[in-house]
Design a protein around this ligand. Structure first.
Ligand code: FAD
Length: 413
């Protein structure tokens, strides 16, 4: 048998975002030779002021990050636990309140800077002898042959693998090269993010008000401030970004109300286009898609990264089980197990968030009345509410071993 060259890998992951880097760490507990390719130079962990990009990480995702050895590397003083969540409708009196104590867990989520999570994962990759980080390098073309894939980079170099994983985000080059179609629609909206100081303490609570123009969330940060995610139509977003600080604060106060008193200061603001997108297929011969390369979800439920971490945990388990059983890890039957496991759950979350976005965007009186009633009824029927909470916290469902606190490697091996 020909000796593998140092440009030959078993698995090449394209994209060292949170999702791709988590998969790389999960595969560290194996004999597979893994390369992870990234076109940016990953930034070090933030040390000064808070980065504007933060995510609500569920307890289930925390278990995964812990299982791959990255949780301990995230500076805990910058992690804000969320104990409660208040959601209410600006168009009526309907409201729902979630409390972690009701489902017997200490926290519903953790608000963490994306950079902090990514930096901890990259540091962990540095300690994995079977994982090679190749950056900065951008994938240009991908050729699939019978038993291997060849990836060519924009700098003219190339590497080979038995399977390539597209973890390269919403504009995935891997997905394009594989010819996988996307079912997608833009909302013609942007999510404005900023860090703000409020008059009253956030009480480790996530606050979300549904306006007819889109949801506005105040997420608690460990230093007492809040990170906002404000979804608005694109032309309104342009106007809000152009506002002076004081004018922006005034608009923000009108949109949010006075639950946390006045909003007294804001950082700079940036905006991200919002869309719903789902890949028609997650796998092909020698190719699989994970994270935002496979699905993009509206941020109103704070689930995008969390779905991607479950994709990574499931795919690691599928690849390692197949390798342990002596099967071809790039074959369609092996990769199909990953697709079957994740596609239905991801589609369900895409459908729920899209449905909520449309329901709360509807100003028809009858719809407003019914949805307010629905909020109140759901709030009062404990078993239903608790089931939602456990599911959204990533504690229920068909969970992979990593998400259950077990080793990614099957105990039968
Ligand atoms: C405003 C907003 C708020 C959000 N809040 C939350 C939240 O609270 N909770 C939550 O769970 N989710 C949230 N999300 C969603 C979340 O940000 C995404 O789901 C998540 O970042 C996707 O991670 P990823 O690793 O799949 O992709 P990305 O973060 O897009 O990473 C892809 C990586 O691939 C690299 N790459 C791309 N192309 C190439 C190439 N050709 N070659 C090499 N490398 C390449 C990129 O440089 C990048 O590092 C939010 C999203 C938005 C817009």
């Amino acid at each position: 048998m020909a000796r593998p060259r140092n440009t030959d890998y078993d698995v090449v992951i394209v994209g060292a975002g949170i999702v791709g880097a988590t998969l790389a760490c999960a595969l560290a507990a194996s004999r597979l030779r893994v390369a992870i390719v990234e076109h940016d130079r990953p930034a070090p962990a933030p040390a000064g002021d808070y980065d504007l990009r933060v995510s609500a990480i569920t307890p289930g995702s925390r278990v995964i990050l812990d299982g791959v050895g990255a949780w301990a590397g995230i500076a805990q003083p910058r992690v804000c636990p969320v104990e409660q969540m208040h959601v209410w409708d600006a168009g009526g009196t309907g409201a729902i309140h979630f409390d972690s104590a009701d489902i017997g867990v200490p926290h519903l989520a953790y608000i963490i800077e994306n950079n902090a999570i990514r930096a901890a994962l990259i540091e962990r990759i540095g300690g994995c002898s079977n994982v090679q980080l190749c950056c900065p390098r951008a994938v240009d073309t991908i050729d699939v042959a019978n038993s291997r894939v060849t990836l060519r980079f924009t700098d003219g170099t190339q590497i080979n693998a038995r399977v390539v994983i597209g973890a390269d985000g919403p504009q995935s080059r891997v997905r394009q090269q594989a010819g996988v179609d996307l079912s997608a629609w833009g909302y013609a909206q942007q999510g404005i993010v900023a860090t703000v100081t409020t008059e009253q303490p956030h009480a480790n609570t996530a606050w979300q008000r549904f306006l007819s123009t889109g949801p506005l969330a105040f997420l608690p940060l460990a230093d007492g401030r809040c990170s906002i995610v404000w979804s608005v139509d694109s032309d309104q977003a342009d106007a809000l970004l152009a506002h002076e600080g004081a004018q922006f604060l005034e608009s923000l106060a009108t949109a949010f109300g006075d639950r946390l008193g006045a909003v007294v200061s804001t950082s700079t603001r940036i905006a991200f286009p919002l869309q719903r997108a789902h890949a028609k297929r997650y796998v092909d011969s020698r190719i699989a898609l994970i994270g935002d390369a496979a699905h993009t979800v509206h941020p109103l439920a704070g689930q995008g990264v969390n779905l991607g971490l479950l994709d990574a945990a499931v795919l690691a388990e599928v690849l390692l089980d197949a390798d342990g059983a002596g099967r071809d890890i790039g074959s369609v039957p092996v990769l199909r197990r990953y697709e079957r496991w994740r596609k239905g759950d991801n589609l369900a979350m895409l459908t729920v968030t899209d449905g909520l976005k449309r329901l709360f965007g509807n100003s028809m009186e009858a719809v407003v009345r019914v949805r307010n009633l629905g909020l109140d009824v759901t709030d009062s029927v404990r078993p239903v509410k608790n089931m939602f909470m456990r599911r959204a916290a990533g504690l229920e469902g068909d969970l992979p071993r990593l998400a259950r606190g077990l080793s990614v490697v099957s105990p039968e091996r």
